[in-house]
Design a protein around this ligand. Structure first.
Ligand code: ADP
Ligand code: TRP
Length: 311
């Protein structure tokens, strides 16, 4: 069976961009593969320095995964920091790549341009992500468009390592959900936890409504572009074009329709999520981390031998 793996940073509440870009494609594919979902807490450390918040987010994201339809009996759900082989392998990869190679990362440049601190962890981030993927002989990585280049980095570093030390890592492929690409946030830029422009996935109906009502619309256009882009994720194009034709220029009506459509998607997931306790979520992570670690440690034993640190 082919292997599927993806990760999400516990850097804040999940939003509908994460759902359509990563969770939904993952859930749809999960049963055809041997699948693993990782909470990338060390990636979150590049932008989050509040321990209480990080702890809460980790538990919260684990609940989000389960509520979004991932069955922990069938998929491994684990926390990156519980498997120290990830940071170990990331270091080895960092020693194989150059600074100019990493400087090509769009995500890094975008984040720094957005005002995030250009710390060395943020810069080396793609090598930790490559380790996440390659440690498990992953075949397919479902991600949003913005992460495509990071999967390419993983392929490049796999080839580089194999070239230097002999066949060790399998080249992974990204799976980007068609038609989703980048979900816009309420300011029209990429929706992102780090930009404060999100529609929360598990927010209350009021929170969702507040976010939708504040989506920026261009007062000159007849159809609110950003509202439509989000709506198109939830409804068939034909139904939508009728709705938008009948309500030309009526942004409030269109936004209200969007709120109802988001609510219809979210309500059943929200009630499942409310039934999961913190203890349940932690137990799922503990079990998942044990399984992940067993796999990662045998891969790392081979890597250590190949690079010459195992005597
Ligand atoms: P964020 O930018 O909100 O911090 P992450 O970087 O943790 O999100 O991304 C987690 C997953 O969700 C990745 O696969 C990413 O590609 C996807 N994703 C994030 N934002 C969007 C978006 N606006 N549109 C589509 N997919 C997205
Ligand atoms: N960097 C990804 C993001 O910000 C999250 C992530 C970390 C990831 N490790 C991964 C995604 C491994 C896929 C596979 O979205």
């Amino acid at each position: 069976m082919q292997k599927l793996l993806t990760g999400l940073q516990p850097s804040g509440a999940l939003h509908i961009g994460n759902y359509f870009g990563a969770l939904k494609p993952f859930v749809e594919l999960a049963y055809e593969y041997e699948s693993t979902l990782m909470i990338a807490d060390y990636h979150a450390l590049t932008s989050l320095r509040n321990p209480r918040e990080l702890r809460q987010n980790i538990v919260s994201v684990a609940k989000d995964y389960i509520a979004a339809g991932i069955d922990p009996q069938k998929s491994i759900i684990f926390k990156q920091s519980d498997v120290p082989e990830h940071t170990e392998l990331a270091w080895i990869f960092q020693c194989l790549v150059t600074v100019p190679f990493l400087e090509r990362s769009h995500a890094y440049k975008d984040k720094v341009a957005k005002g995030l601190e250009a710390n060395a962890g943020l810069f080396a981030y793609p090598m930790l992500m490559a380790a996440d993927i390659l440690l498990y002989d992953t075949d397919v990585v479902p991600v949003g468009e913005d992460q495509r280049q990071h999967v390419e980095y993983a392929r490049d570093i796999a080839a580089k390592f194999n070239n230097a030390y002999g066949e060790t890592f399998k080249p992974p492929k990204e799976h980007v959900l068609k038609g989703v690409a980048v979900v816009p946030g309420i300011d029209g830029k990429k929706m992102s936890k780090s930009y404060g422009n999100t529609i929360p996935l598990f927010g209350t109906k009021d929170e969702i409504a507040k976010a939708v009502m504040s989506i920026i619309t261009d007062s000159k256009a007849e159809s609110p572009e950003n509202v439509y882009a989000i709506h198109a994720l939830l409804k068939e194009r034909d139904d939508l074009s009728e709705l938008y034709k009948d309500n030309k220029g009526k942004y409030k009506v269109l936004k209200e329709a969007l709120i109802e459509d988001i609510e219809a998607l979210v309500a059943p997931m929200r009630s499942l999520r409310d039934s999961i306790s913190d203890a349940d979520a932690k137990a799922v992570l503990k079990e998942g981390s044990e399984k992940a670690r067993a796999r990662a440690s045998s891969k790392m034993a081979d890597v250590r031998k190949k690079i010459g640190v195992s005597l």
